[in-house]
Design a protein around this ligand. Structure first.
Ligand SMILES: *Cc1c(COP(=O)(O)O)cnc(C)c1O
Length: 376
């Protein structure tokens, strides 16, 4: 008998490498641009406030509800997704818009998703998700002891909606666009899944929705069993700050907060709340950054096609591609020798694919130059 018999053993998630030094880093889908300059300005202001010892905020516990950030999100998202009727000028937000109690925040969407798994996937029936998807889902299912069943994507990496209709399940989680394929599905497909599964919670992981897709956010006002999860790590250039959000009906969010607060009542630290707030309010900077990434992505698609790569149309900040002749393994290794990092998985069905994050125009020109040498 040993204490090791009583250990909760898990196989952890493997994140993409974070190489040191000067490399072209296209392996973890970070945004290549700095966050809104308002963030740096706010850091400076916070430092001033702390230097003036009498007004230190760091000595106090932060706000459990991150109210400042949640209020900013409610304002910006209502303008974006639930704006009133422009013809009558009548503001329909009161009925249709987000309220404070529809929003949950966490330490990156990984934290939000893990808490959501624990809160909502609590039956003996299996949770459903695609076979090719975010590789954290099976890790959370294992660590929280949740049974799961993967539903294979079609040959072209699409979701077959029949896999999620009239199937016994203890919950469903699907990213849109899917990762690492980049394939985007219309909100109408998700609505059908949500409507067909009133006895389980459907989680839609929208980590990449800002890069050209339409959000399922409005569904939370029509259905009480859908949770939409987003992150500040990709489109808002704040992976280092760790900010994630979830949107759902008030009851769903209440349950999620109860579980979260049972672990640690202070979800976000004080600087994170302050910095994420100014970031979300700077909508102009956000729109510009996203537009730049999309433009570079479309350019990269053209170049990759010319070089003999094949891929589904991506609506994310990455492209999941395979070459007609040269193996992914070989390209991956040769790119690395040139200090260009992309992501490759030795997994069935996708081992001949590379996931290439969209960097700056300069990064992508370097990539295309290197690929040209490797594949020709
Ligand atoms: C990046 C990513 C996340 C997690 O991002 P955080 O940095 O934890 O907010 C969640 N889901 C998918 C599909 C992702 O690609």
């Amino acid at each position: 008998m040993s204490w090791e018999n009583n250990v909760r053993k898990v196989i952890p998630y493997t994140a993409g490498e974070q190489p040191k030094g000067k490399v072209i880093k296209l392996n973890t889908n970070e945004c290549p641009y700095a966050p809104s300059p308002m963030v740096a300005t706010r850091i400076y202001d916070l430092a001033q406030q702390e230097l003036n010892g009498s007004s230190s905020m760091l000595r106090k516990y932060p706000d459990m509800d991150a109210a400042k950030l949640v209020n900013a999100i409610v304002k910006v998202y209502n303008d974006r997704y639930f704006s009133g009727d422009k013809n009558t000028g009548k503001n329909t937000q009161a009925e249709a818009g987000l309220n404070f109690d529809n929003v949950f925040t966490g330490v990156g969407s990984d934290d939000v998703l893990s808490m959501a798994f624990m809160t909502f996937f609590n039956s003996d029936k299996p949770v459903l998700f695609p076979d090719i998807t975010y590789s954290f889902y099976d890790v959370w299912a294992d660590v929280h002891r949740i049974p799961y069943k993967v539903q294979p994507l079609t040959d072209d990496f699409s979701i077959d909606i029949k896999d999620y209709l009239d199937k016994e399940n203890g919950g469903i989680v699907i990213p849109n666009p899917n990762a690492p394929t980049g394939v985007y599905e219309d909100p109408s497909m998700f609505e059908e899944i949500v409507r067909n599964n009133p006895d389980s919670v459907v989680i839609i992981d929208e980590a990449y929705i800002d890069f050209g897709g339409e959000s399922c956010l409005p569904l939370i006002k029509k259905y009480d069993n859908v949770l939409v999860v987003q992150t500040f790590s990709k489109s808002r250039s704040l992976a280092g700050l760790r900010i994630g959000t979830a949107f759902g009906c008030e009851k769903l969010i209440r349950y999620l907060k109860d579980v979260k607060f049972a672990f640690n009542s202070y979800t976000l630290n004080y600087p994170s709340i302050e910095l994420a707030t100014v970031a979300v309010l700077d909508t102009g900077y956000f729109d510009d950054t996203v537009a730049k990434v999309i433009k570079t992505r479309e350019w990269t698609k053209e170049k990759l096609s010319e070089l003999g790569f094949e891929f589904r149309n991506s609506k994310a900040n990455f492209i999941f591609a395979k070459h007609k002749k040269v193996s992914a393994d070989e390209i991956f290794t040769k790119l690395r020798e040139k200090d260009i990092y992309v992501r490759h998985w030795n997994k069935p069905r996708i081992d001949n694919y590379l996931r290439i994050s969209i960097g700056t125009d300069e990064d992508m020109k370097e990539l295309v130059k290197a690929l040209k040498e490797i594949v020709s």
